[in-house]
Write a protein that binds this ligand. Structure first.
Ligand code: PRP
Ligand code: ZN
Length: 296
C-alpha cells in the first residue's frame, strides 16, 4: 500500500474552507465538511490523509513530522519561529499584520509609536519589527479581541491581522504601519521526516511533487485569463507582440477575408491595460474567459 501523505489544515477558521476548496480544484476528493470533530480524513482518489488542527498546532506538528506538509497562514509560521520550510504561496487568506492606533491619537511618523503600550497576539513578530525601527515599546500579549484593548484602557495601540479593515474601522482604530503581508502557504518540515524509512519517504516525496504540480496548475490558471478576439490581418503582428501568450498565440483565419481570430492568455493584473491597447489596434469581439487549469 502506498504510504499516505499527511496534510495538516486548519480545523475551523479563516483558511479552512479555502484550503479544502483548493484540494478540490486539484482533483483531490476529501470530505472534510462538518468534520471539525474528526481529526483525520482520507482522500478517495489520492494517497492523502487530511489532518485538521488549530492553526498554531499545524506548524509544530509539521516541524515534528507528525504531518508531512501543512497549509497555514504565513503569519503563523513567522510568529512561531518553527523550523519549517515554505514550499508554495497559495494565493488565498491574504491579510497583513499591522499596527493601529486610536483615530484620536496624533500620528505622523513611525517614531510616534515610541514608548507606547501595544497589545498583540503576535509578540515575536512585533518585537522584531520594533527592533528594526529602533522603537522601545511595551508589548502586552493577549490571545484574542485585541481590537478592544485601547478602548478599555489596556493598551495605547494594537498589532493585529487586518484583512478588509472593518474590525479596525468599527473599533475606531487607524492602521499606521505594516509589519508584514501574509497569505496561506504550504509548509514542510526542514528535516523532511528523517525518522521515516527511505522507501516510504520516496513515496511521500512523490506525492508532494504531484500535489505541488497540481497546486501550481490551479494557481497559475487563477493568474491568467483566456482571450479570444478578431483582428484585421494588418494588425496581427502588433497584437501578437502585445499578447505573446504562453508560447505564442493561435491565429486562425476568419471566413471573411483579411481578418483572423487570435486565441491567447493574458495575466489577470494586466488585463484592463491590454484591452485598451487591443481596442486601439482595431480588435473586435473580444471574449475573456477564466481558465480552470494551466499546465506549461
Ligand atoms: C482577525 C483579526 C481581526 C480580524 C481582521 O481575527 O484578529 O479581528 O481578523 O479582519 P478584518 O480586517 O477583515 O476585519 P480572526 O477573524 O482571524 O479571529 P481571531 O481574532 O478570533 O483570531
Ligand atoms: Zn481577531
Amino acid at each position: 500500500m502506498t504510504e499516505l501523505l499527511k496534510l495538516a489544515i486548519q480545523k475551523s477558521g479563516r483558511l479552512s474552507q479555502d484550503s479544502t476548496f483548493l484540494l478540490k480544484e486539484c482533483g483531490i476528493k476529501v470530505d472534510v465538511g462538518h468534520t471539525s470533530r474528526r481529526l483525520k480524513v482520507r482522500a478517495d482518489n489520492f494517497p492523502l490523509e487530511v489532518m485538521c488542527f488549530r492553526d498554531d498546532d499545524i506548524v509544530s506538528y509539521v516541524a515534528d513530522s507528525v504531518a508531512h506538509v501543512g497549509i497555514v497562514g504565513y503569519n503563523v509560521v513567522k510568529e512561531s519561529g518553527s523550523d519549517v520550510e515554505i514550499l508554495e504561496s497559495l494565493g488565498f487568506g491574504k491579510c497583513r499584520l499591522s499596527i493601529a492606533v486610536p483615530k484620536s491619537m496624533e500620528y505622523n511618523k513611525i517614531s510616534d509609536l515610541n514608548g507606547l503600550k501595544i497589545a498583540t497576539s503576535y509578540p515575536n513578530s512585533l518585537r522584531a519589527f520594533l527592533a528594526t525601527h529602533n522603537l522601545e515599546c511595551s508589548i502586552h500579549e493577549i490571545s484574542g479581541s485585541v481590537e478592544i484593548a485601547p478602548s478599555i484602557g489596556l493598551a495605547d495601540a494594537i498589532c493585529d491581522l487586518v484583512s478588509s479593515g472593518s474590525t479596525l474601522f468599527s473599533n475606531g482604530l487607524r492602521e499606521v504601519a505594516t509589519v508584514y503581508q501574509s497569505e496561506a502557504v504550504l509548509i514542510i518540515s526542514r528535516t523532511r521526516g528523517d525518522n521515516v524509512a527511505i522507501d516510504k519517504r520516496d513515496e511521500i516525496d512523490d506525492s508532494i511533487d504531484v500535489l505541488r504540480f497540481r497546486l501550481n496548475s490551479v494557481l497559475r490558471a487563477q493568474e491568467y485569463r483566456y482571450v479570444i478576439l478578431n483582428a484585421p490581418n494588418s494588425q496581427l503582428e502588433n497584437i501578437t507582440t502585445l499578447l505573446p501568450g504562453a508560447k505564442s498565440p493561435t491565429v486562425v483565419p476568419l471566413a471573411m477575408s483579411d481578418w483572423s481570430a487570435v486565441h491567447t492568455v493574458v495575466r489577470e493584473e494586466k488585463f484592463w491595460e491590454v484591452i485598451e491597447e487591443l481596442k486601439k489596434l482595431g480588435a473586435q469581439g473580444i471574449l475573456v474567459m477564466q481558465i480552470e487549469k494551466m499546465i506549461l
